[in-house]
Ligand binder design. Structure first.
Ligand code: DX5
Ligand code: ZN
Length: 224
């Protein structure tokens, strides 16, 4: 399967969110990435289930909700009701990670675990059969447009190996933070199946060209 591109609406024009989501969909986006921040887990505040519900009405694409919040369990049912297809929680924010993942799945959504740049992959070992997705952060979460942390790249390859060794070939790795035409090929070669991109998609006038450029930089890297 080729690489999937998930534009992050954090870098979109919030005053025109419906049009921004449709712009990504018609430009070739595979998923829409929704960054949910609570001002506690990360030093920023963004959006929640009502906005997910509004977006659900304007696109057919999977809505990939990245919860950068403490106590995510309190809101899982609300995200399910709003139409989220994937919910990713941070390992650092979950005291009972396995329970949280089971709850996400019982609500009919795909369950993801996000790891901050400094968090080792060991956190995945005892939930490897409970997750559908691993979200590897290549910036410290909280803001769009930050610099890619290259030291994280070997962790992507280690997680891919962990998943494959456990027979979880269908579990996908998404990479989030500082993804552009330069870094996309690097993380894809390391094992990323989904690329999340804010600034490098919505910062461009032509979203469809921006998405095509990200996909292209993965195929040229793979054939190099
Ligand atoms: C950061 C968010 C990212 C962010 C990525 O906390 O999780 O999804 O929107 O933005 P870029 O692609 O601009 O680094
Ligand atoms: Zn994100």
């Amino acid at each position: 399967m080729g690489v999937l591109i998930a534009p992050s609406i954090l870098s979109a024009d919030f005053a025109n969110l419906g049009a921004e989501v449709r712009r990504a969909e018609s430009g070739g986006a595979d998923w829409i990435h929704v960054d949910v921040m609570d001002g506690h887990f990360v030093p920023n505040l963004t959006i929640g289930p009502p906005v997910v519900k509004a977006i659900r009405g304007v696109t057919e694409l999977p809505l990939d909700c990245h919860l950068m919040i403490t106590e995510p369990d309190r809101y899982l049912a609300d995200f399910a009701k709003a139409g989220a297809s994937h919910v990713t929680v941070h390992a650092e924010a979950c005291i009972h990670l396995q329970r949280t993942l089971a709850q996400i799945k019982s609500l009919g959504m795909k369950a993801g675990v996000a790891l901050n740049p400094a968090t080792p992959e060991d956190h995945l070992a005892y939930v490897i059969n409970d997750l559908d997705l691993v979200l590897v952060m290549t910036v410290n979460p909280g803001f769009g447009g930050q610099k890619f942390i290259a030291e994280v790249v070997p962790k992507i390859a280690r997680i891919r190996k962990m998943l494959d060794d456990a027979g979880r070939n269908g579990a996908i790795i998404a990479v989030d933070g500082g993804i552009d035409a330069t870094t996309a090929g690097i993380v894809h070669a390391a094992g990323a199946g989904v690329l999340i991109a804010g600034k490098s998609v919505y910062g461009e006038a032509d979203v469809s060209k921006a998405i095509a450029r990200l996909k292209e930089s993965c195929s040229s890297k793979a054939s190099a």
